[in-house]
Ligand binder design. Sequence first.
Ligand code: NAD
Length: 281
Amino acid sequence: MILIDGKKAAAELREELKKEVIQLKSKYNTVPGLTVILIGELAPSKIYVKNKEKSAIEVGLKSEVIRYPETVDEKTVLNKINELNNDVNVSGILVQLPLPKHINKQKVIETILPSKDVDGFHPMNVGNLSSGYESSVPCTPLGCYLLIKKIEPNLNGKKAVVVGRSNLNGKPMTQLLLKENCTVTITHSKTKDLKGECLKGDIIIAAVGIPELVKGDWVKKDTIVIDVGINKTEKGIVGDVAFEEVSKVAKAITPVPGGVGPMTIACLLKNTIECFKRIQK
Ligand code: NAD
């Protein structure tokens, strides 16, 4: 069984990105810049943003965090995004979710220029991804994809089962696997025989938010299992996959923590660099 080491893969990706930033600097005399907008005081959001800032600086990007109180009005945020859209020093814009209730998430996402949308949430990027065109790809599924490709470079004809259909994870994951010529089944809370569907997968990606949903007898031998879930339980943080059982059957599996999580931020940095390069083109 291969334990897929997301920390190591993310560190390798950051090293590659660091080198690329040096090359871009010598070519363009400037480096890509990531600006994050953080609204409110939610502890997990504050931790994510701090980690994003730290990682961005580590690979040599310009990094800026704009903080607003929970009570900031929507217009102020939208005006700031428009200002950042027009700022040549800003290559990527990210508004940390979730937002306070009085701020319309969709409006915020659609105000970010698609070419600076490092999260890949703008409908234009969603459409481009599903049409197979160049686009920003949401960071977590992109991280999963890169981990899968490390284990299995040729995905032609593989059967992939995606558990969960969120816009953040399941749907973009499906598009990435389709692009690689997988036969993809996308499952969700109304799927009738989830175990039966999972048993058909050469690759299973679980992005649900239910602790240890995918059991050992749901997985056939030689399957690659990617666990996106992060669930707080009495025994600590666990994924959506029953790791102990599934790791006895699977060909390869990501642990939680230390699997998909570390790749998410590394992919955000990758997306920022890709946005910069597309703008330069
Ligand atoms: P979500 O709540 O938006 O979507 C969950 C999906 O699971 C839905 O499509 C729903 O239909 C499906 N679902 C619910 N119950 C189900 C069931 N019994 N059987 C099959 N499908 C079912 O969740 P999300 O934002 O995609 O996040 C999923 C998990 O991934 C969460 O644990 C979240 O914390 C984690 N997450 C991790 C990272 C990371 O960097 N590792 C990033 C984002 C989210």
